[in-house]
Design a protein around this ligand. Sequence first.
Ligand code: ZN
Length: 157
Amino acid sequence: MSNSKYRPGQQKYTAVHKKLAKRNVQVGSLTCPVCEWCAESTEHVFTGCSLAVEVWAAVGQWCRLSPVLAFGVKELLEIFKEAAGSKWGKNIIHGIIMVSCWCIWLARNEKIFQDKVISGRVVMANIKRLSVFWLNHRSKYKELSWDSWIKYPLYVM
Ligand SMILES: [Zn+2]
């Protein structure tokens, strides 16, 4: 492979595919189904892909965080540490980050299995809807205002 064609994550992904192919498991394309530009890897799907970049910019703006520039999933899961407010403020941001990863993953799967293109805007709407559902059912915050939530999720702090 020439250096000019190397893309991050490609080698690891190819190794996994080679092992699966040896066992006669259909592996499909190596290219990311969402952006169709880069080799797909965990890091790419959640941080480098155009959809992920758009979603993290919107999540950062919504949660009033400094710009989200993560190069790995571990970094993403540590963003909550900079969140404003109490322990609950950090918990809410942590939950939103996890819900965001889940929604990015679902959008990727919809593209693969149903050939549906899910925009960053739709992913953000899903993140807001699912995260408020999670918070209503898993915290002391039971009566959240939807109008306030979609403007700023830490309005309750
Ligand atoms: Zn991609």
